[in-house]
Design a protein around this ligand. Structure first.
Ligand code: FEO
Length: 395
């Protein structure tokens, strides 16, 4: 691995996980990820901002060796999750004078998770600063992006924000500062959807606080570094706003073709009304892609056949995840098929407790769709168009 210079005396010393394809045994990582750690050298003190996943400790230590780092005074722990904190015990062992600088809540978690002894910590308050001599670190508490203890670290003289998980992306690449803007945008949106979306209202408050800072660079702990902070701040303001796009997402499963026929018909009817629509077979879908579409879709239509007495388990799984992610879609409905009855509507509706969307008239079909069923789907398409017009996203 190689260190990367961001500015004079500030180096990326993290690790790239090119092959990782799943995070938390849940989140797909089509582009791998990075664990970004940064070394900040002041005239008096040296700080390491975050560490890396335990599986990559060797790469972090190699990078510190490559830079000839003989002393680390402070290890800034912005977040206790192990992909950033996991190497702290090894760094403490090699640099015996180093103190872990973090907040009380994070300290307690690090003691629980990594058994770091009490005497290796220095705790800081929200807004506190720490001098490195000619450089100053300021600490900004940012709970619930996505854990309760998370903080951000602002390097005052360089106007550089180390934002930890916040504003990050799962994107492995060798140059933290050189990247394709369109790809970076999509990666950051997907990451927001999977990790940050449930905390939308907290994030809005944190964004307001960041807007009060003078920022020249944002360096998260995953993915690319932003030399133009406006790129990611504006994107987050859009995603966390109440605005939705003229878009319908249809997560679906079909076993014998009836539900698929309904989905295809509804897709066509919506296209004729100039409503962008994305049918998504959840059995084959990457759930990260699905989550990304939930960031701004105005309407979600869940489509499932009946299995035993309820929805297909694959739809139940996706509905559970969607409910946990708390997306902001405003309208929803359920369509599907059954052979001899069942409780699909009841079960799916109960799964959506966190969702504040207005529920449009569901369409349930016995067997294969018949003329009256197609009419019901036409009616649903028109209801969606009317709702989209009513909030000004469709002419
Ligand atoms: Fe990237 Fe919450 O850890």
């Amino acid at each position: 691995m190689a260190v990367k210079k961001l500015k004079e005396g500030i180096h990326w010393v993290g690790a790239i996980d090119w092959d990782r394809r799943l995070f938390d045994e849940l989140i797909p990582l089509p582009d791998g990820t990075t664990y970004n750690a940064y070394l900040v050298e002041g005239s008096d003190k040296i700080a390491l901002v975050d560490t890396v996943d335990p599986s990559k400790t060797g790469e972090l230590l190699d990078n510190l060796q490559e830079l000839g780092v003989r002393r680390i005074d402070y290890i800034i722990a912005n977040h206790a999750e192990q992909d950033h904190s996991g190497s702290i015990p090894d760094v403490l062992a090699i640099y015996p004078e180093a103190l872990v600088v973090t907040n009380e809540k994070c300290k307690a978690m690090l003691m629980d998770l990594l058994e770091i002894p009490d005497n290796r910590f220095r705790t800081v308050a929200d807004g506190a600063s720490l001098s490195l001599g000619d450089r100053t670190l300021e600490f900004i508490f940012a709970p619930w992006v996505h854990w309760p203890e998370t903080m951000l670290t602002y390097l005052r003289e360089e106007k550089l924000l180390f934002s930890c998980d916040f504003l990050g992306s799962h994107l492995a690449q060798s140059e933290p500062l050189l990247w394709d803007e369109a790809h970076a945008y999509q990666s950051a949106k997907r990451y927001y959807a999977e990790i940050m979306m449930p905390f939308r209202s907290n994030i809005r408050k944190h964004l307001q606080r960041l807007r009060a800072l003078s920022l020249d660079m944002i360096a998260p702990s995953h993915g690319v570094v932003y030399p133009r902070p406006e790129f990611i701040l504006a994107a987050y303001e859009e995603w966390t706003s109440d605005k939705v796009a003229n878009k319908v997402l249809i997560p679906f499963v079909s076993m014998h073709g009836s539900t698929r026929e309904m989905v295809d018909y509804l897709t066509g009817a919506l296209m004729q009304k100039n409503i962008p629509v994305l049918p998504c077979n959840v059995v084959r879908a990457d759930i990260g892609d699905l989550a990304k579409e939930l960031v701004d879709a105005a309407t979600v239509i869940i489509a499932s056949p009946t299995v035993l007495s309820g929805p297909h388990p694959a739809i139940l799984y996706v509905t559970y995840l969607a409910n946990a992610l708390r997306p902001k879609f405003k309208f929803a409905s359920i369509i599907g098929s059954f052979g001899w009855g069942g409780r699909m509507l009841e079960i799916l509706t109960a799964q959506l407790g966190n969702i504040k969307a207005e529920i449009l008239e569901p369409v349930m079909v016995k067997g294969y769709p018949k003329p009256a069923d197609y009419q019901a789907l036409d009616k649903l398409a028109e209801a969606i168009a009317e709702k989209h017009r009513s909030i000004g996203i469709l002419n």
